[in-house]
Design a binder for this molecule. Sequence first.
Ligand code: NDP
Ligand code: GDP
Length: 337
Amino acid sequence: MKKAFITGITGQDGAYLSKLLLEKGYEVHGGVRRISQPDTPRLDKLGVTRDVQLHDFDLSEMNNIYRTIEKIKVDEFYNLAAQSFVGSSWDLPIYAADTNGVGVVRILDCLRNFAPETRFYQASTSEMFGLVQEVPQSETTRLYPRSPYGVAKVYGHYITMNYRESFGMHASSGILFNHESPLRGKEFVTRKITLALAALARGGDAPVVLGNLDAKRDWGFAGDYVRGMWLMLQQEKADDYVLATGVTTPIRDFVIFAAEALGMDLAWDGEGVTETATDRKTGKRVVEISEKFFRPAEVDLLIGDAGKARENLGWTPEVDVRQLAEMMAKSDYDDLG
Ligand code: NDP
Ligand code: GDP
C-alpha cells in the first residue's frame, strides 16, 4: 500500500486529493494547523474524514516539519498548504513569504535529510506569470508576479527545481491555473458569486458586491487538477507542468453562467463602479460594484498552455467553465435548502 502526506489537507485541493488517493488504495496522512475551532468541513463533505490520518502541522514551524517527516515515512508528499488568497497577501506579505516561500524549503530540506526517496509535489501557480510575458503561458514563460502571494510562490517554485537539480530529488512543481469547485474558499470570486446568487434564488435580497468584472481567469475544476498532481508524481522523472483549460473567461461571464444555472435572466446597466445587474424575472438587484474589491495590481491575461501535461501525462480537463459555474451554483443552492 502506498503512503502519501498532504499538507493543506483541510483545503479545497487537499480534500479532492485525499479522495482520489484513497480511491487508489493509498494510506493518506494529512497536516492540519492548530486553530481554536478545529473542524474539517471539506473532508466531511467528500465523506473521507474518517479514512485519513491527521497530524499537527504548520509550515512556519521548522521543528514540527522536521519531526513529522522523520516520523511518518511516505512515498509521496504533496505540499498544498499556503496562505492561498491573493487579495489578502498585500496585508500579510511577510506571512505569505514565510508560508508560501520559506515553508517549501523547510519541507524540502527535511525530506533531503530524512526521506530523499520521497516524491515531492509543490503547488505552484499561474499567479507567478502576473504581468504576462507571453500568451498563452507555458512552463518556459518568464515569470513576473504581481502580488506578494505570487512573489512568494516564485521562490517555492525555484527552490523545488533547485532541490531537484542539486540533490537529484524527485521534486515536481505544478503550475496550476485557477481551479474551483463547490469546496472553493468563500472569498474567491467564483464561490462568492455562486453563494450569493444561490441565496438570492432561495428568496434572499442581498446582491453580490464585486470588484473588477473585466478581469479574466482560466478556470478549471479542482477534481481534474488533483488528478494532474498525482500523475506528475507517477512519472519516472520529476518535472514542472502547467495545468490549465486554455480558455479564459471574464468575471462578468461567470456571473451570467451561474445566474442562468439558477434560472435568472440578467439585465446589465451602467459601467465601472456604477455597473449593476438585475434579474428581469424578479426585478431583484443581483450585482453591484465596489472599489473595495479592486486590487492594487492585477495579473494580466492568464491563459494556460497545458500541452506538455497533455503529452507527457495524458492529462486533460473534463469540466468546462460553464459546467463548473452550474455545479457550484447548484451545490450552494442545495446546501441552502
Ligand atoms: P485552500 O486555501 O483551500 O487551502 C489551503 C490549505 O493550507 C488549508 O488546508 C490551510 O489550512 C492550509 N494552511 C494555510 N496556512 C498554513 C500553515 N501556515 N501551515 C499549515 N497549513 C496551512 O487552497 P487550495 O486548496 O485552493 O489550494 C491548494 C494549493 O494550491 C495552495 O498552495 C494554493 O496556493 C495553490 N494553488 C491554488 C490554486 C487554485 O485555484 N485553487 C491555483 C494555483 C495554486 P486551514 O484549513 O487551517 O486554513
Ligand atoms: P485569484 O486569481 O487567486 O486572485 O482568485 P480570485 O477568485 O480571488 O480573483 C480572481 C479575479 O476576480 C481577480 O482578478 C479579482 O480582481 C477579480 N474579482 C472581482 N471582484 C472580486 C471579488 O469581489 N472578490 C475576489 N476575490 N475577486 C474579485
